[in-house]
Design a protein around this ligand. Structure first.
Ligand SMILES: [Zn+2]
Length: 579
């Protein structure tokens, strides 16, 4: 005897009914004079969905499933239903051209489900708008140079379908990862929408995308980042991660509104890129020795400074990693956790876990060494200093232009200058300059003006590097290996000021930058300009590149009277106020 399975039979009946209805609509559509569509095979465009509230969409048994700037695509169960007509008219009032299709109830249900993605901030987690990382890995294999990336993006078909958007996203990320871009920018302007990569600190145009692609790209990227789609006049921040093989790429995105539409900047954080070895960051021997001594100290503040993109965080990780050994407990509080370092407890700030409250919580965990991502307010500064004074080695960064700027910055944040002497160990300043490409860099003999300039700078250099009478320098040329830029990779230029009695005294008495610099001069540590010029003399980078990143004193010298020694000296101090 066959047992009657109620549930399974009901499912079968449902399935049958669904497929019957699908067939019915498919047959009816041409008779009504409409095209038939099955939305199951279609990615519902969230930008289109938000044009009509879910309630109305359900009432009218219709859905807006796609739109370009003046054409919207609507699927309806019955275009002759009075409520459907009424809602269609209200849409038409917005001067939109409508492409009307007929679809089954099942198709509508499928599309309606997507409404929840509009309010949910976790669409990407559900895999709704996931990117295919296997595809990205495949595309990456064909991208070795910027030109490859440009060509691949240009070659994506111009047919306006869903696959085109997916391919654009995949190729965009594949190119960025292959070329080790730090950021992807998409910027709508009046007549064009630019996609650019930041490579070695410099923005490069990759492709102009059209508005159709841009609008869909933005929705996908906003959903992936967990942003709200229908907020278009507010700045939003978000993030998502994906894995390429063993590498986990984290993307931090930021959207801001603009006159021609929203711009998005996506920072790519790739933990595998950083190798963190103090020997790999080209510290000059003087600074290297100073830093190594500082890293042995059991307590105090160890600070790196620099504007965004100066490499201060990477340097901080490198130094932090040097302190990592058995028996030492290291805890970090960061925003974001940019690189994962083995053996270190890394925490990330959140809504209730701020730098200040997190730092206090960390102190209760009995660490030996603490890393605070950034000191940016009074509370964090004070807690960090308190930690440094109570037996912890504390690493952090300050957003200032130079090492010396760190002292007045902390005073500005409300720290009593009298306690800086007993809490700060060292403040390091740095910038990143591009390395000349070894495949194409070209020698030239420095003219007397260049030679004089370099000699003047290096004569102040504490290590007094030897300069030959005919100085051979290198300039950027450009080849296939470096994407015609003449540069490949970057190198840090550094400076540092240690806390000593002289510095402590002026920080209390007169914490102006040039006074502190003067007091620190006997420490014999080269400044960024001297370190940079030395790297020019060694053929690591070019004068032009150095000048792009920091302000060199020679321009000012030509204005001032070159015979005036003190003025030239002041220029060196002035030049410290780096771009
Ligand atoms: Zn080259």
């Amino acid at each position: 005897m066959i047992e009657f399975d109620d549930k399974s039979t009901n499912t079968k009946v449902d399935d049958l009914r669904r497929s019957e209805e699908e067939k019915l609509i498919q047959a009816l559509a041409p008779q009504y004079g409409f095209d038939y569509i099955n939305l199951h095979g279609y990615t519902i465009n969230p930008e289109a969905l938000i044009l009509l509230p879910e309630k109305k969409s359900r009432e009218g048994k219709l859905v807006i499933f796609d739109h370009t700037h003046n054409l919207i695509s609507v699927a309806a169960r019955n275009p002759n239903d009075p409520i459907t007509i009424q809602i269609l008219e209200s849409i038409q009032n917005d001067r939109q051209n409508i492409n009307l299709y007929m679809c089954s109830t099942d198709s509508l249900e499928h599309a309606w489900k997507r409404y929840k993605d509009l309010v949910s901030t976790s669409a990407s987690k559900k895999g709704v708008f996931d990117i295919n990382t296997d595809d990205i890995a495949k595309i990456m294999q064909g991208i070795k140079t910027k030109e490859d990336a440009v060509k691949k993006i240009k070659n994506i078909g111009t047919i306006n379908n869903v696959r085109r958007i997916t391919e654009t996203i995949e190729t965009m990320f594949a190119g960025a990862i292959s070329l080790s871009a730090s950021d992807i920018h998409i910027e709508p302007e009046e007549h064009t929408i630019r996609m650019r990569y930041r490579l070695d600190g410099v923005l490069h145009d990759i492709h102009d995308i059209d508005r159709y692609v841009y609008e869909r790209l933005m929705s996908r990227l906003k959903l992936l980042s967990g942003m709200t789609l229908n907020k278009r006049l507010e700045a939003q921040d978000g993030r998502f991660t994906f894995k390429i093989g063993e590498r986990e790429i984290e993307v931090r995105s930021s959207v801001i509104p603009g006159a021609s539409g929203e711009s998005i900047v996506m920072r790519l954080l790739d933990p595998s890129v950083a190798s963190f070895s103090i020997d790999k960051i080209d510290l000059n021997p003087i600074i290297k020795k100073v830093i190594e001594e500082e890293l042995k100290k059991p307590n105090g503040l160890f600070i790196t400074t620099g504007p965004t993109g100066s490499g201060k965080t990477t340097a901080l990780y490198t130094f932090l990693k040097e302190t990592h050994k058995e028996g030492v407990k290291i805890i970090t509080i960061e925003n974001p956790v940019e690189y994962k370092v083995e053996g270190i407890v890394q925490t990330q700030t959140g809504d209730d876990y701020t730098f200040a409250s997190g730092l206090r919580a960390i102190l209760r965990q009995d660490p030996d060494i603490i890393m605070v991502g950034e000191i940016r307010d009074h509370e964090v500064a004070e807690t960090a200093i308190h930690a440094a004074q109570t037996g912890h080695l504390v690493f952090s960064t300050l957003h200032t232009n130079s090492a010396v700027g760190g002292f007045p910055r902390l005073i500005d944040l409300g720290i009593d200058p009298r306690i800086l002497g007993s809490s700060i160990n060292i403040i390091i300043g740095q910038r990143l300059v591009r390395r000349l490409c070894n495949h194409c860099k070209q020698t030239y003999e420095a003219d007397s003006k260049d030679l004089d300039f370099i000699k003047t700078i290096l004569s102040e250099h504490p290590a007094k590097p030897n300069i030959p009478e005919t100085l051979v320098l290198y300039k950027a040329v450009g080849c296939d290996q470096c994407g015609q830029s003449g540069y490949s990779g970057r190198v840090g230029i550094f400076e540092a000021i240690k806390m000593d009695e002289a510095v402590e005294e002026v920080v209390i008495r007169d914490p102006r930058e040039h006074i502190i610099l003067e007091a620190a001069r006997p420490q014999g540590i080269p400044n960024m300009i001297e370190d940079g010029i030395q790297k020019v003399a060694e053929g690591i980078t070019s004068v032009e590149e150095l000048e792009r990143v920091i302000e060199l004193p020679r321009r000012k010298k030509s204005i001032n009277n070159p015979q005036n020694e003190t003025e030239a000296g002041d220029d060196l101090f002035l030049a410290h106020l780096v771009k």
